[in-house]
Design a protein around this ligand. Structure first.
Ligand SMILES: [Zn+2]
Length: 473
């Protein structure tokens, strides 16, 4: 499924094809959105050509994930990644490279396991949920109550007391099912449950548990919680349906330690005419403590950073500043995004657009965009420069967890890189989030898409969304 044989042979062909599509198409037809766009065909073709002519982005991500690995907030690995990124940005020739201090929570997983002890002993494939408390020193062992939804839990309120409640809701979409992970533990605790198991929030795979954060409600007792593989949730369900009492023993040594210092990493290409006006591209450098944080979100970091490296390499300096931000603590706190909003409050009004790439770096399809109608029309026109990559779609709902606080406070147009999402929730927050799931050609195309969008938005003759002259024609 992830074959990469023959990749090297396809590169020269790709360059030719993309140069033709993006660079030499006359576009004199009635569908041509605007003449200002013609000015950007040549730089766009150069950015695309440079991005897809090598595997640089993939190689850089491989160095990050192979030599540093996963990067949970508060770990030495995240500190190393922050230092490495700042050094590499300087080596790329980016300007104003620095880190900005952020205090982050330090949640430590500790050792953990879950076993069925009755009717026969077997280990469950589990991962404790982020922010979970640990189990008590003496053994936590109880009969399991399997429920399929919150309504099902409510219907079994009395039966929940003293039990380990297992939420077994089939994965539909992340938005629809993530509540069982985030809110399930407190919902069950209110009825007297002593621990929670959650069917992993992700596509059924090969017996992989998916971790992720829970949020304890202030008005419920805190109880330990863990994700289990879908196969194991199905097993517990079959036993429950058959009326077979199933007893599980849970050991979770998770705990919080005091907050520690971390940082957002920043680099820039300073604008040649309006350096105080800023276009942000970004990804989050922290990850969960499993796998290698390749797709979530090392890839998003690298393709955002690539936008600036490519501009630098091609000597393309846009009118406004392009800033890359590699956020800290997206996964279990969001403190990086909050700190940026607070530290940059005075210049939020100068932020022309903020983009976050946090959906993987699979085949790019375009962008999500949130902003005014005139700005959307401009973004759609820019995206047409990516038609040769089939990455020219502009959908609603662009945004991201880390840019969110600044976007809301500053009323800033927001974007996200949209990619083929079929593989993302197979590996999301699992041991399988590794570089081998990422195709170098697809990743190069993601870098090309982000670089073209960032460059043109930063270079526009009028500020995005405030066009009254040339852009509105
Ligand atoms: Zn992420």
């Amino acid at each position: 499924m992830m074959q990469r044989a023959g990749f090297a042979g396809t590169v020269p062909f790709l360059i030719l094809m993309i140069t033709n599509l993006a660079g030499q198409t006359p576009h004199a037809s009635a569908s041509t959105p605007a003449s200002w766009l013609d000015h950007y065909r040549e730089p766009a073709a150069r950015l695309i050509g440079e991005a897809v002519s090598s595997t640089f982005a993939w190689q850089r991500l491989a160095v990050l994930t192979d030599t540093i690995g996963n990067r949970l907030s508060g770990t030495a690995a995240l500190d190393r990644a922050i230092q490495w990124a700042a050094e590499e940005m300087k080596r790329d020739g980016l300007e104003n490279v620095h880190t900005e201090r952020v205090m982050v929570p330090k949640w430590v997983r500790g050792s953990e396991r879950a076993d069925i002890v009755e009717p026969h002993r077997r280990a469950l494939a589990m991962l404790g949920l982020g922010n979970s408390i640990g189990t008590p020193k003496d053994v936590l062992q109880a009969q399991v109550l399997v429920v399929r939804s919150f309504e099902d839990l409510d219907a079994h309120a009395a039966a929940s007391r003293g039990r380990i409640v297992c939420f077994n809701a089939p994965f539909t979409t992340y938005g629809e099912t993530v509540r069982f992970r985030s809110a399930g533990p407190s919902r069950a605790a209110r009825y007297g449950a002593i621990a929670v198991l959650v069917r992993s929030i992700g596509h059924d795979g090969l017996r992989l548990p998916h971790t992720g954060a829970l949020q304890y409600a202030a008005d419920a007792p805190q109880i330990p919680a863990a994700a289990i593989a879908s196969e194991d949730a199905d097993l517990l369900q079959r036993m429950a349906d058959r009326g077979t009492p199933t007893v599980v023993r849970l050991v979770v040594e998770a705990r919080f330690e005091p907050d520690v210092e971390s940082a957002n990493v920043i680099g820039e290409i300073r604008g040649r005419e309006l350096p105080d006006e800023i276009v942000v591209v970004s990804g989050h450098l922290d990850s969960w403590d499993v796998g290698a944080g390749a797709t979530d979100d090392g890839g998003g970091c690298v393709v955002s950073w690539e936008a600036l490296r490519l501009m630098k390499k091609l000597n393309l300096r846009p009118r406004r500043t392009v800033r890359v931000v590699l956020w800290t603590n997206e996964e279990n706190g969001g403190r990086g995004g909050l700190a940026y909003r607070d530290q940059h409050r005075a210049e939020l009004s100068k932020h022309v657009m903020m983009m976050e790439s946090d959906s993987g770096v699979f085949r790019p399809t375009g962008f999500g965009f949130s902003g005014s109608d005139p700005a959307r029309a401009t973004v759609k026109a820019i995206a047409s420069l990516l038609a040769g990559l089939a990455a020219d779609q502009v959908s609603g709902g662009g945004g991201g967890a880390d840019i969110g606080p600044s976007v809301q406070e500053g009323h800033i147009p927001a974007m996200s890189l949209d990619v083929d999402g079929t593989k993302y929730f197979l590996i999301h927050h699992t041991e399988a989030d590794t570089i081998d799931k990422i195709d170098p050609v697809e990743m190069a195309k993601c870098a090309a898409a982000v670089s073209v969008m960032a460059y043109v938005v930063a270079d526009l003759p009028e500020r995005l969304g405030e066009q009254t002259g040339i852009l509105s024609k």
